[in-house]
Ligand binder design. Sequence first.
Ligand SMILES: [Zn+2]
Length: 303
Amino acid sequence: MDFNDADHNNPEQIKRQKSACDKKLTPISIDGNLQTGVFEGSSKNYLTTLKECECVDFSKRRFPCKHMYRLAHELGVYDLSSLTQTKVSTGSLKKDAPISIDLIIKSLPRGEARFLKYLLNQVLVQKNGVLHRIELYTPISALTKLEIIKETEDTPKTALLFYTINEIKEMLKSRNLPIPTAHRWKIIEPLAIEQVGDLLVQNLHKKTSSKLYEINSLFEQIWGSLYHRLTKEYPGEYVNPVNWIRGNLMAGDSPELLKYIYEYIQSEYAISATETQALVDIGKQAFASMIGEDSTSLKPEGK
Ligand SMILES: [Zn+2]
């Protein structure tokens, strides 16, 4: 479908142009170069171009939907201002993104680019929010240097996930606080956050080696377009490097295979020999503990 070929004066199309002016339809992001936009939908975000849109309306009718009209307006391709009393503001986006998508793509090693794709999927598609836990060993130096992600402090609420109800009851006990008899999160959660929140955060390092990161909202307006671009340039799922190493070690530990693993990780993440060695060692440990579990369950009797 070509936007310019559609009959924009058809009453059904006028209806959509009017909806396009709604403030609620302010795009999450617009990419002027790629001529794409991301809009918030009811259950997921829609990626919109001048040719198509992921919304239900477009997939049913194959004529421009309200998102496409709004995108065309934001891009200066189609003017909606005559349809509404209140002026539809272009440039309604908060701020300019600090750097361009091209520069981000150029600056990220392949492995980090795939990881960013995974993170953006978490935010835009899975709707899991901007906070994300990242294991200590994960190579993210380019992403942090570009400030696409930044480390952030745990709060009682983010720390809470790592504790069991019994552990929280113990903490309440240690402070001589009344312990609820109910064994339900709904009751424990507010008590934990309010009364032992500081302990939850302080003791978190005993529970996990991961750190909490936030996807920097200064980049918010390009998230959609960036995600789209990453999906095109790096198809396939992101695999955590340690899991990747562990998986490859299943094929054995010949010097050739180890050399391949080593070189692949180093090139994928553009990391030093020492850092690569550390990652490979963690992968080896992960593999060994996996084999350990397997061999105990599979060990023949009497051996
Ligand atoms: Zn649409």
